[in-house]
Design a protein. Structure first.
Length: 319
């Protein structure tokens, strides 16, 4: 594996808990890090802006205390996701707060601005950037990022259309650094499969929505337990960017998930924001791995289960 130094001996399982809008908060991040995988949250989940400083202070303090009390335990570092888009007027404020706290890992989305990368590198942090295409991957590498998160077909939220079997191998033709793979990973064997095709780490989101520590609504968690991949619709209708969403949540908003028009970032079909169902709040995201979700246990139990499945899959291959 090609891992940044700060991850070399701190993971119980080669995985990152993906940052999820509204869902990921300090409770989920702390539980993931204590269980031995990287926990992450979007900076914009901390609202209003001063709350970000409070969250980072708490996460750093609790992880330091946990490490001191459990010297033999693998405790993972945490990450903060920054949406590098013109619509995010908090970007540099949030990056400055993260720099002051020396957040170990910054995950950038949409763009990987050189000024953000340089600021993170200045204090010794690393930047991972999520991409869906080769063009985006090369642009991010030109900006100096330390690793790529390949968001492939089947991932929750704003997912790409390429199979991981295609995208990982194409990226490996020109990049030998850290690759994190996203797309329908809800079983330990899938983590091993990600490594087998050339990734270093798995990026897992949906499985942790249905956890005790996630901030998702109870109805959202229950919907994940009750649905399968057939209940996921891939559409650009809601945000103008293609993504995977739960059909029952679309129906609950009064829409037909099987007959949605294409989306347009500049033209929405609803008369006003008040009438428009809100992505993430009303329209719930999910990846295609939901058919493997049957319960809503604590994060520690999920990670232990994934680790057991990962080890069993590796043992089967070695026989």
């Amino acid at each position: 594996m090609t891992l940044p130094r700060l991850l070399e001996d701190s993971l119980a399982l080669p995985a990152i808990g993906a940052p999820m809008f509204i869902v990921s908060g300090p409770e989920l991040v702390l539980a993931q890090c204590k269980a031995g995988i990287v926990g992450a949250f979007p900076a914009l989940n901390a609202r209003p802006a001063p709350v970000l400083d409070e969250w980072l202070t708490r996460i750093k303090r609790e992880l330091a205390d946990f490490r001191a009390a459990n010297p033999g335990r693998k405790v993972a570092p945490f990450a903060v996701n920054q949406i590098a888009h013109a619509s995010n007027d908090r970007l540099m404020h949030d990056v400055d707060v993260c720099a002051r706290h020396e957040v170990p890992i910054i995950i950038t989305s949409l763009r990987a601005p050189r000024e953000v990368v340089d600021l993170v590198h200045a204090y010794g942090g690393i930047v991972l950037h999520d991409v869906t295409t080769i063009r985006h991957a090369k642009k991010a590498l030109d900006e100096g990022v330390d690793g790529l998160i390949l968001v492939c077909a089947g991932a929750g939220g704003h997912a790409g259309m390429l199979s991981p079997l295609a995208l990982v191998h194409e990226v490996r033709r020109f990049y030998s650094g850290t690759i994190v793979l996203s797309g329908a990973i809800a079983h330990g064997a899938s983590i091993l499969a990600a490594q087998a095709i050339g990734a270093d780490l798995a990026y897992i989101g949906t499985r942790f929505i249905a956890s005790a520590e996630s901030a998702a609504q109870p109805g959202y968690k229950q919907m994940l337990v009750e649905t399968t991949a057939a209940d996921v619709v891939y559409t650009s209708y809601f945000s103008g960017v293609p993504g995977n969403y739960l059909k029952p949540s679309v129906r609950a908003a009064g829409l037909d998930p099987d007959n949605l028009p294409s989306g347009d970032k500049t033209k929405m079909s609803f008369a006003s924001d008040r009438e428009r169902p809100k992505v993430w709040k009303d329209i719930w995201s999910a990846g295609q791995g939901i058919g493997l979700i049957d319960d809503v246990p604590p994060v520690a139990e999920i990670v232990a289960r994934l680790k057991r499945e990962y080890d069993e899959a590796r043992d089967r291959l070695c026989r």
